[in-house]
Design a protein around this ligand. Structure first.
Ligand code: SF4
Length: 230
């Protein structure tokens, strides 16, 4: 039995045929270990969190309901090496699961950006799951689904977006307590744009020898205004 066949058998029985899509566009990866690589973004509509520093509030509501197979065909017209499902929160829509499996079946490297509030256990194991852990400064720390830590593997990345020194100290403790550097392929720390000076974050990481990787949100430097579709 192939991996994808096994996965299809493990999917919930009544996966809807449609999902609500906010936008599909090409750009380069702005974050993660794939930063700078050309990527097709499939941004799904809706999020059940309200992070204080959220920069994609436009994706909360606006979108078009489409069959997921049509979304698949649309995404595959873009000849980029990467395809990423993002949001909003993609895992709020069950049809995101077969869509990711079909993209992997088509030979694409598939990335999933998820808030860390949803269970990631049913996601196709070929997908690179980029899982947020929400720090206190986000206002959503209580929503972290801590059971996700047990699902993490070397293909996955854990991301912390930090607003201040208190967020950094929280992340540093979580990384150590859960041994995240060993569990996941990458642990990523980034500063909330305009809130925490990236120079301070780098200095703290070096001082504390935190086993993590600093990252800048590249798209905010390439397109500093509130551009969409980038
Ligand atoms: S989880 Fe992501 S999309 Fe949702 S509010 Fe937070 S930053 Fe915005």
């Amino acid at each position: 039995m192939s991996k994808s066949t096994a996965l299809r058998k493990s999917l919930p029985r009544h996966v809807p045929e449609t999902l609500v899509v906010h936008e599909i566009y090409e750009s380069v990866q702005g974050e993660s270990s794939f930063v700078g690589v050309p990527c097709t973004f499939v941004r799904l509509t809706g999020c059940n969190l309200r992070c204080r520093w959220c920069d994609t509030e436009h994706a909360f509501y606006e979108g078009t309901r489409r069959p997921w197979r049509e979304v698949l065909a649309d995404a595959l017209t873009h000849a980029t090496p990467l395809v990423e499902l993002t949001g909003g929160e993609p895992l709020l829509q069950p049809a995101a699961l077969p869509l990711m499996t079909a993209l992997a079946d088509a030979g694409r490297t598939v990335l999933l950006e998820t808030s860390g509030e949803r269970d990631i256990g049913a996601v196709d194991p070929r997908v690179h799951r980029i899982v947020d852990l929400k720090a206190p400064g986000s206002g959503e720390v209580a929503r972290n689904h801590w059971d996700n830590v047990a699902h993490l593997g070397q293909r996955d990345e854990v991301k912390f977006v930090l607003a201040d020194r208190a967020d950094y100290e929280w992340a540093r403790a979580v990384i150590r307590e859960h041994d995240l550097a060993a569990r996941a392929g990458h642990v990523l720390l980034s500063a909330v744009f305009g809130s925490l000076d990236p120079k301070d974050l780098v200095a703290w990481m070096l001082e504390d020898r935190v086993p993590a990787r600093f990252q800048l949100q590249v798209h905010k430097h390439v397109w500093p205004a509130a551009a969409r579709g980038v």
